[in-house]
Ligand binder design. Sequence first.
Ligand code: TXA
Ligand code: MG
Length: 347
Amino acid sequence: MDTKVYYLDEHQDEKIREAADVIKRGGLVVFPTETVYGLGANALDEEACRKIFIAKGRPQDNPLIVHVADFDISDYVEYIPENAKKIMENFWPGPITMVLKKSSKIPMLVTANLDSVAIRMPSNKVARKLIEYSGVPIAAPSANISGRPSPTTIEHTIEDLMGRVDMIIGGEKCEFGLESTVVEVLNDKVTILRPGAITKDMLEDIGLTVDIDPAILKRPDENLKPKSPGMKYRHYAPKAEMTIVTGRIDRAVDYINYKIKEMKSKGKVVGVLATEETKHLYEGGYIISVGSRNKLGLIAANLFDTLREFDKINVDYIYAEGFEEEGLGLAIMNRMKKAASYNIINV
Ligand code: TXA
Ligand code: MG
């Protein structure tokens, strides 16, 4: 399939309309959002959405997020709990997705046969115009081949999906760089199914009672099935085996230095996911700083790109410094743990 690539911003209406025509005709368009790039199709067109699963090799039991540009979502859901209204007022448009009871308008393929639908209104202006001009909601998972790190630049989407989609638009780097927070919203409480830039504290600050799905904190297994089907897959995985080293940072650095030496003696190359504060402390290996430990927002924005970098330089092992699982750190560590297949050493 020929893939058209348009580098553009929100002022290029004509090209965004061309992309919207592709959506209307049942095609696939990769587009930027403030979280990660999305792989979009008309959410009301089952056949169009089927192509999404094929293009990224996505398991059929993993439901898609429906992206809207209008606050009136009553056509797509059974009812709107008060808690959902609060979330919309405070955080939409933005990086939070709500799981609500679906209406019959949303095809079962989109929700992987669940009776709920995940809905979000992105803040990215290109995304919003694309949805508006299409005149339909857009179903869109992250625009990566399943199992690879989510794309935070247009180049990542070209790497993964060139020849598999009708059009790729965008150019800007994603502001947040991690996928949206996913919350199940009921009348009495909300439950975080996937942590993201909208944190538990931020939701509590607007007066909500907030739970965290226990499957986020541990390795999911038979007894601990995540409520969000996507959370059970190995994900974001770089090619090299990755280990996260948690504990006091000076000890983590010592441990990683020891591993660099040990692996070198076996003829293996180690990549280190380091930070601005520590990058000069490593001896040998490929050191990539993901950002300053004081700026978790920037670390989040750089994480997936850093994982893809390690693939390019072909390291054998990746050792990564860990972060506190608080605030945005919860989302960062959640993605890192999946990348590392829950391979964690506490020193
Ligand atoms: O930031 C984002 O959310 C990005 C951009 C493109 O908007 N999209 C994204 O989509 O991350 P995807 O498909 O990679 O992840 C969707 C997540 C999966 O973990 C999926 O299982 C969950 O949302 N999900 C979707 N519908 C659900 C439902 N009805 N109930 C529970 N979880 C659901
Ligand atoms: Mg994804």
